[in-house]
Write a protein that binds this ligand. Structure first.
Ligand code: BEZ
Length: 205
């Protein structure tokens, strides 16, 4: 299999962490893809021939059409490897936690794109602030309601939350998401020591 991939993308990192956690990292060849918001075409090796949205991650598999987005790819790989990262008995919780973490990523990535694609005089600070508000609201809910879930057996919710927090450290470190969220900060301090997280850190790739 081949994966259109950028090591800075938290969505791609979800896939990478899943592959490491299941011992299948070597099954997928990364195809380097651009990370600029306007880089949606073949010039930046974006997967437009396989994904009309031109987004990463996009997975090319031998036995069917390309798969996207990260939630679909992770669900597919979980089924392929019988990994149990979407356990039936708490499926809706896992999917909701994963969606919450993906929403944090989306807002955090949009903030980066705003800075990358607009000259300073055209920046829309209220819009950036609104994205950050989504991030902080989601983290407050995770801190208040999801810590017992995160204390349980590894599932895709854990991986998604960890990749979202890793991205906040990577691109928005100065905003200090840890203040006022001691339980989540402590959980992440432990989780980011997992070999799968160390191997996929955007800081070192
Ligand atoms: C980044 O550079 O932050 C980035 C790159 C690709 C996808 C998402 C984010």
């Amino acid at each position: 299999m081949q994966l259109f991939h950028n090591p800075a993308s938290p969505y791609c990192r979800k896939v990478d962490v899943l592959l490491h956690e299941t011992g299948h990292f070597g099954d997928v060849e990364p195809l380097p893809a651009g990370g600029h918001p306007t880089a949606t075409g073949a010039d930046a090796n974006m997967p437009v021939a396989h994904n009309p949205l031109g987004k990463i991650p996009t997975l090319l598999r031998p036995d069917g059409p390309a798969l996207y987005d990260s939630r679909v790819i992770c669900r597919y790989l979980d089924t392929l490897y019988d990994a149990g990262l979407y356990p039936d008995h708490r499926l809706w919780e896992v999917l909701t936690l994963e969606a919450t973490a993906d929403g944090v990523m989306e807002a955090a990535v949009l903030m980066v794109y705003e800075g990358r694609s607009r000259p300073a005089e055209l920046r829309h600070e209220a819009w950036v602030d609104a994205q950050w508000l989504k991030v902080t609201r989601a983290l407050d809910v995770i801190e208040a309601r999801w810590m017992s879930h995160l204390a349980g057996k590894l599932d895709m919710g854990h991986i998604a939350v960890a990749c979202a927090l890793g991205y906040l450290d990577f691109r928005h470190g100065e905003r200090d998401w840890r203040t006022g969220r001691a339980a989540l900060a402590s959980w992440f301090a432990t989780f980011e020591e997992r070999p799968s997280m160390i191997a996929t850190s955007p800081e070192q790739v």
